[in-house]
Design a binder for this molecule. Sequence first.
Ligand code: F6P
Length: 533
Amino acid sequence: MWRDLKAMAEKARAKGIAPLFGAGRAADFSVQANGLLLDYSKTTIDAQARAALIALSEARGVFQRREAMFTGAPINETEGRAVLHTALRTLSGGSIMVDGKDVMPGVMETLARMKSFAGMVRSGAYRGAGGAFTDVINIGIGGSHLGPEMAVRALAPYADGPRCHFVSNVDGADIADTLARLDPARTLILVASKTFTTTETMTNAATAFRWLEDAVDTPGAQFVALSCEADKAAEWGIDASRVFGFEDWVGGRYSIWGPIGLSLMIAIGADGFTDFLRGAEAMDTHFRTAPPTENMPLMLALVGLWHSHACGHATRAVLPYDQRLGRLPAYLQQLEMESNGKSVAMDGRSLAYPSGPVVWGEPGTNGQHAFYQLIHQGTAVIPCEFLVAARGHEDDLAHHHELLVANCLAQSEALMRGRDLETARALMREAGYRGAELERQARHRVFPGARPSTTLIFDMMSPYRLGQIIALYEHRVFVEGVILGVNSFDQWGVELGKELAKALQPVLDGTAPLNGKDGSTRQLITFVQSNRG
Ligand code: F6P
C-alpha cells in the first residue's frame, strides 16, 4: 500500500500543485467543521490520492479503533489502559464504561470541584496569607505544563483572573526568575503531575515550598495538587480538599481538559473553560460522525501521512499567524512526537517505514524573517501548516491584523506558485543586468514552487475555537498512529534518559564512582567537577 502511495506521490510531484487548480478544487479539497475551514488544496493530493488514503485508513482499521477509543476499550495496549481524555469533555451526558464502571459521575464531580475552587480563587474567597491571590504558578512539565501554558497564552484576551505563570525546567533559573517577581503571600502554587514523582516538578515544588515557608505561616494552604496520585499528594502535605484527581486513562499530553487545566480555568473562569471543553466535544462528535472526505481530523492526518510517508518529507512546520499561539508548536511537538515517535509497531515488530515526522515552527510573521528562506528555497521540501483567524482581538489595531492575514495567505501562495527562471531573468533585465551576470543573479531569484501547505482558518480565537483546534490535532495524531500501527499513548522512549540522570547525580557530586562510564561521559563529568567553582 505504501508502495502504491509512493508511486502516486512521485507522479503527483511531476504534475506540481498550481496546475491542479480547476473550478471547484479549493472547495473540493477543503473540509469544514463547525466554523473551522481546513484548506488542503495547495498540496499535490488529487482525487485518486485522496481515495487511496481513505482506503488506507479503512484497511488499517481507523474507524473501529476510533470507536474503541471513545467507548473506553484498553487501546493503550503496552500499558493496559483505556484512552479517554474525550470523557473529560463529554458535557452532553451519557455513560462511558471502563472495567464495568461508569466514569462520567467522577469526571463531572471533579469538574464541579474545580469550578468551585477556581471561583473561590478568582473571587478572593480562598486567599493567601496576604490577601486574594494575585498570581498562580503551575509547576509541571511535559503534558502537565505545555497545554496549560499554551492555552493560557492563546486565550489571554479572555483572562480576568489572577496572573498565571509556568515553571517547568529543573534549571533553577526557571523558578528563581519566576519567584523573584512575585509576592509569596499572594501566590497560589499548583503542583501539576500525573505521577507526582517527576524529578523536575517535585524539585521545583520543594523549592517553591521553601520560598513560601520563609514568608508565610501556613505555606501548605497555598498548595494545590493536580494528579492521579492522591496518596502521594497527601504524603506531600496537601489537604484533600485541594487535590484534584484524574484517572490513568488520561495521558499526560492529553490532560489539559481536566485538573491539569486548572490554571486555565482560574485565568479565564469556569464559563470560558466550559466553552473550551464544548469546542473539543464538538470536534469529538464531528470526528466520530462525519464521513471520511468531510472529516477534518481524518483528512488532516491523511494529508500529514501523504507528506511524511508517501512524499517522504521528514519534517512539517506549524506556523500560527497568531502571536498568542506562540507555544502551539511546542505543544504539538509533544503531542505528535511523543505519541508517534516510535519504531516498534503495536504487535512488537520493527516499523518498516519511518515513524511520525519532526514537528517544528514559530508564529508568523516572525518566522518569515528567520527560517522561511529555507522553506522557500532550501533543497528539502517542508510541508507548512498555517493557522490564522479572520479577525484579531485588537479592534483598534485592525490594520495590523490585515497585514498579518495578508502575509499568511501570501506565504502559501508563494510556496505553491514559486518563480521560474524566465520571470527571474526579466526582473534582472529590468534591474539593469546583462549577460552572464544577469544569468547568475537570476538563478538566485528562482523559487521552485509546488511546495505544499495547508491553511486552517477560523473567525476569531476563543475558548471554543481553541478547544476545537486542540481536539482536532489530538485526533489527527490518533489517526496517524493507527495507520502507522504504533501505540500513540505510551512514551517508553523518555525512560532511559531519566534513569541515567538519576544514576549520574551521585557521580557528579562525587559520592559514587565514575566506573563503567564511556570515555566521553567521563570527560564531561570531569570537566563539570573541575569547573563548578
Ligand atoms: O516526559 C515524559 C512524561 O511522562 C510526559 O509524558 C508527561 O507529560 C511528563 O513526563 C510529566 O509527567 P507527570 O505529569 O507525571 O509529572
